[in-house]
Design a protein. Structure first.
Length: 391
């Protein structure tokens, strides 16, 4: 095994220390990072971009910067530096011996993995990676050889297997057609970056139904359009959007926890509600009429395929089901693996014998727990006429 030149640890983000003592932090969850430490943000999901609000020089793809700015007001002094895929990053603080590049992670628009090379050491931080067959990801997941892989484990357990993307997409269309046949609207509650645009594209490709978007989804989907992803949707607050809602038989896409139609008007505007999230493969969502496990994340089998392609000497797992994935990688692929948070606390072991792959695949889903959603607060009150009034 090559000697590790880079030092890394998890401290509110992936902290990498180079031989020349320079430091780099990736996806810091801490807003306050000393300005002398450079930062990378891999994509525009809010659990990854906290550091973009700081004064530190932050490197990200132009798509990530645009999606971030559409969600937040940029601080006057924030230094956001756009980086192209596969280009060596020219850090303002030096990092002279390091070759650091972003490569596509196929998760959402502009999402990246980070490859860090220093002398004979090569570290790949996957960040969140996407599964196959997404409709709105321009740059597909890139797999590259590395000595060390730090891999996301959101769905990294052998007992979580989604149905195929195609199968889930067909279920979504079928359910929507049934609801619309009854002269109702369908509402999809989905992640505002990734799932929302996948739904818009799915309905654009497969149906003639009109897609109405919540303002936040509208703004973010316009960034997708700006970067060349064709999407056809109508903002819910526009005159056209209101007319479509009044007519019924529309597909409504809103971020989880937000509402286009206020609760007290739902008896006048008939709708059925669905939630779209990969977590629907793990939990039952009792407060929705339907749930669909469509995700921007790779599933377990795709994660294992990715690790095999990268062919690392050791693996660290991060985010989500870290222990389960580390255990599975050790057993299934015979590669030493532990959760990144255990680094320094436990030796990486490679002593567990391989299990028969068929035995892994025969594992069945555990009983699915139920999520009891609290009803969301309703603050605004308006009449049906107010609701349809043009602004
Ligand atoms: Zn993400």
């Amino acid at each position: 095994m090559a000697k590790s030149i880079l030092e890394y640890s998890y401290a509110n983000g992936l902290l990498v220390k180079f031989p020349d003592e320079k430091k780099l932090i990736v996806d810091s969850t801490n807003v306050k990072v000393p300005p002398k430490i450079d930062a990378i943000v891999t994509h525009a999901h809010s659990d990854h971009f906290a550091v973009m609000n700081s004064l530190t020089s932050t490197y990200a793809t132009q798509e990530t910067i645009d999606l971030f700015l559409s969600q937040k007001k940029k601080k006057a002094d924030a230094k956001l530096v756009p980086v192209n895929f596969n280009e060596k990053i020219a850090f303002q603080n030096g990092l002279s011996n390091a070759d650091v590049r972003l490569i596509p992670s196929g998760h959402v628009l502009g999402s990246a993995s980070v490859i860090i090379e220093s002398e004979d050491d090569k570290l790949l931080f996957s960040s969140d990676i996407g599964g196959k067959g997404q409709l709105t990801v321009k740059d597909q997941l890139s797999k590259i050889d590395a000595n060390t892989l730090i891999i996301e484990a959101t769905f990294g357990s052998p007992d979580i297997i989604f149905p195929s993307r195609e199968e889930t997409s067909m279920e979504i269309i079928k359910w929507s057609a049934e609801v619309i046949k009854q002269k109702m609207n369908v509402i999809f509650n989905a992640g505002r970056i990734g799932s929302a645009q996948e739904l818009i594209k799915l309905f654009n490709n497969m149906t003639n139904l009109r897609v109405i978007t919540h303002g936040e989804v509208t703004a973010l989907s316009e960034i997708y359009q700006k970067h060349g992803v064709k999407l056809d949707f109508v903002d819910s607050k526009s005159q056209e959007g209101k007319e479509i809602l009044r007519d019924g038989e529309a597909v409504i896409i809103q971020p989880r926890g937000k509402k286009i139609i206020p609760y007290h008007l739902t008896e006048h505007i008939q709708c059925k509600n669905a939630i779209v999230t990969g977590m629907a493969s793990r939990f039952q969502y009792k407060n929705y009429d339907a749930s669909f496990p469509l995700s921007s994340h790779a599933n377990y089998l795709e994660i294992i395929e990715y690790i095999s392609a990268v062919n690392p000497e050791k693996v660290y797992t991060i985010y989500g089901l870290e222990e389960k994935l580390a255990d599975a990688v050790t057993k299934e692929l015979d590669i030493p693996a532990i959760p990144l948070k255990m680094l320094g606390k436990e030796q990486v072991k490679n002593t567990i014998p391989k299990l028969q792959k068929t035995a892994q695949k025969q594992q069945i889903k555990k009983q699915i727990p139920v999520v009891e959603n609290k009803p969301e607060k309703e603050t605004e009150k308006s009449t049906l006429d107010d609701f349809f009034k043009t602004e």
